[in-house]
Design a protein around this ligand. Structure first.
Ligand code: HMG
Ligand code: MG
Length: 295
């Protein structure tokens, strides 16, 4: 069976805009976030409190949060890697954060400047202190299916990293296919290796065109939270060959076709993606935006 309802965890303003060559003006980001809430999104990952030299595209995180008019009932999580990031998030009234771990040694070093083992020493005080302050903490594991340097990632290695994050008290674990190499059988096997879908979300990049098929496999395994980016923008600057996330519009087309509720208005999302594409100076990679959007 399939779930009656799916929560779309929107990552466009964070995963999408972190990978743009040009820095998008902060006012455009604020309007993007407002449009996403107006289209029905109830969770919008807004920005990152990472090192501004590592991701200059999101160096305006504090200013952006000042511009976002929070809609009641909408969550605005931000990425936080370490205690310095948590301090910044707390200063700006953030109520939900996401920490992001790596399933592989090479990506831990490249993305976090840590070893696979020492990344947990960075996250432990962040999660503990965030929980003490009443924040909700989500966790990501990146490179769950494969890594550009190490090849396919052993399922057991992903489960080990993911379990440690859940045991710290994270309410949800998002399984990231950072470079989009996963296929549906692998998705089913990974969720099975976790012992089922409890507290799991999925985060697919569409590099090899597998994101929708992988999502369907995850839904069939019982997952009800799916990450996506409006317009299909995104990618990780520290992962070679990472392209855009699963496009929210492509996901919503499939879910509504299956009779699964999302609370999202597809026409508003397409209009927003068309608007954003004009600001970014290139068309959206989403097939649904291409089919339904005005050009
Ligand atoms: P580091 O160089 O090891 O940091 O970077 P450090 O702890 O040694 O600190 C060095 C200096 O940076 C210090 O300043 C800190 O205060 C400062 P100094 O004392 O020398 O003057 N600093 C900070 N400043 C502002 N905000 C901070 C911060 N932290 C330290 N948060 C670090 C380690 C983790 C900070 C760095 O590697 C980093 O920022 N990495 C983030 C990379 C990133 O954002 N990647 C993209 C997101 S992950 C992703 O896209 C995957 C995902 O979508 C899922 C998927 O697709 O799989 C989530
Ligand atoms: Mg990602």
């Amino acid at each position: 069976g399939l779930p009656d309802r799916v929560t779309v965890y929107e990552v466009g303003p964070r995963d999408g805009l972190q990978n743009e060559k040009a820095v998008v003006p902060v006012e455009v980001k604020a309007e993007f976030v407002a449009r996403l809430a107006a289209a029905g999104h109830r969770v919008i990952e807004t920005t990152s409190f990472v090192h501004p030299k590592w991701v200059p595209q999101l160096a305006d995180a504090a200013e952006l949060l000042g511009l976002v008019e929070k809609v009641p009932g909408v969550r605005y999580p931000v990425l936080v890697p370490n205690e310095r990031g948590l301090d910044r998030a707390l200063e700006h009234g953030v109520e939900e954060i996401a920490v992001f771990a790596s399933a592989t040694e090479t990506f831990a070093r490249r993305n976090l400047n840590r070893t696979l083992a020492s990344q947990f020493e960075m996250f432990e005080p962040v999660v503990a202190r965030a929980l003490e302050n009443g924040l909700r903490v989500r966790a990501y594991v990146s490179m769950c299916f494969g890594d550009p340097w190490e090849g396919p990632t052993p399922v057991g290695q992903v489960v080990e990293v993911g379990r440690r994050l859940l045991d710290m008290g994270c309410f949800e674990l998002s399984l990231g296919d950072t470079i989009g190499v996963g296929t549906p059988g692998h998705v089913t096997a990974l969720i099975g290796a976790f012992g089922g879908p409890s507290r799991l979300a999925v985060h697919f990049h569409d590099t090899y065109g597998q994101a929708l098929a992988n999502t369907l496999a995850a839904l069939r395994a019982g997952v009800t939270v799916v990450d996506a980016s409006t317009g299909g923008i995104g990618g990780c600057p520290y992962a070679d060959s990472a392209t855009g996330n699963l496009a929210t519009e492509d996901l919503v087309w499939m879910l509504h076709g299956l009779g699964v509720e999302t609370g999202l208005d597809l026409a508003s999302l397409v209009e927003t993606s068309t608007w954003l594409a004009a600001r970014l100076g290139r068309p959206s990679p989403s097939r649904v935006v291409q089919a339904l959007g005005e050009t």
